[in-house]
Design a protein around this ligand. Structure first.
Ligand SMILES: O=C(O)C(=O)C[C@]1(C(=O)O)C=C[C@@H](O)C=C1
Length: 315
């Protein structure tokens, strides 16, 4: 059993390495996780659309900062090329894949994924957490595991060239670490769509129930035929999408992230004397790229998670 656990934690080590600092670290993490479980239960009692939006607003800081941190390094493509890493049994994995798997395994042991806000990218790596389970006080059990993790992973690599310079400085481990921080922040934000959907459902249960039921009832309809069913299925998803969309809120989010990218990403100088005297300020990540990332990906994926969550809300 011990060996299995050690292998799950690190497929490359034949012997578990449990050092005293590691033991203390886990003890500390377990303690903080127990405290955060208490906080989770307290959060459940103050759960509403306003508190959910506050969470999304705070996550913007993490996302913008993490993109700025990743932009410190050039594209560093070998970090994503499986032929660069010597992964043994995992040779089809890139350095980033391996780094993400290993990091998630350690974090899983410390209880990160006991928190219903967190979803791993590699859920199949079996690791026994060192802390007790927490049952979400908020999410509906049948839809609690809805997530867009695969789409988030793909989206991130499509967007990478827009906020990193072309090039290779050999700092692949730092690059992979910065990537994982970005991916985890994006995942937390987008998969939080489950909580947003739950808050919206609780605010207007009748409206959402009729849109959700419309889809379920159709399959039993005597008029059911595959093409029309398929069409109506799409329409009902559309109805849910319309119900949960707030164009004004989306504009607010995009304006705010643009401002954050400008404020967090500018060079801070003493006495306003800048080395670069050109009048155009230079940002570490282009604020328009962050706006597009939100407008084209982050918000649409959050909405997909919301729709998917709601479709199972009455199961
Ligand atoms: O704040 C909300 O109401 C959300 O559903 C979140 C969010 C977003 O992703 O920021 C998504 C859909 C809405 O149209 C507005 C904003």
């Amino acid at each position: 059993m011990g060996r299995e656990r050690a292998e799950a934690l690190s497929p490359y080590q034949s012997k578990p390495m449990v050092s005293r600092p590691l033991f203390y670290t886990f003890s500390f993490l377990s303690f903080s996780c127990l405290c955060s479980c208490k906080q989770l239960q307290e959060m459940a009692s103050q759960f509403n659309l306003e508190s959910v939006r506050e969470f999304l607003t705070r996550e913007e800081d993490s996302i913008v900062f993490s993109l700025i941190e990743r932009a410190k390094y050039p594209s560093n493509l070998p970090a994503y090329d499986p032929s660069y890493s010597t992964g043994g049994a995992l040779r089809n994995y890139s350095l980033l894949d391996l780094f993400a798997r290993e990091t998630e395994a350690v974090q899983a042991r410390a209880g990160r994924y006991r928190n219903p806000e967190e979803i791993p990218f590699f859920p199949k790596v079996l690791v026994l957490p060192l802390v007790p389970a927490v049952h979400s006080q908020v999410l509906h059990p049948a839809s609690a595991s809805v997530n867009a993790s695969n789409a988030i992973w793909k989206m991130y690599f499509n967007r990478l060239p827009q906020f990193t310079a072309k090039g290779d400085d050999g700092r692949y481990a730092l690059t992979a670490a910065a990537d994982l921080v970005c991916l985890q922040a994006l995942s937390r934000r987008i998969n939080y769509g489950r909580f947003v959907a739950e808050a919206k459902f609780r605010d207007a249960p009748k409206d959402y129930t009729s849109a959700i039921r419309a889809e379920v009832d159709l399959s039993d309809s005597p008029f059911f035929s595959f093409p029309s069913y398929f069409l109506m299925f799409l329409q009902d998803r559309d109805a849910l999408m319309r119900l949960l969309t707030s164009a004004a809120q989306e504009e607010t989010v995009k304006s705010r992230v643009k401002k954050k990218a400008k404020v967090f990403g500018q060079d801070v100088t003493v006495n306003n004397i800048s080395k670069n005297e050109s009048s155009r300020p230079k940002y570490k990540v282009d604020p328009d790229v962050v706006v597009h990332l939100y407008g084209d990906w982050v918000i649409p994926l959050t909405k997909l998670v919301e729709v998917e969550y709601l479709l199972h809300r009455l199961d």
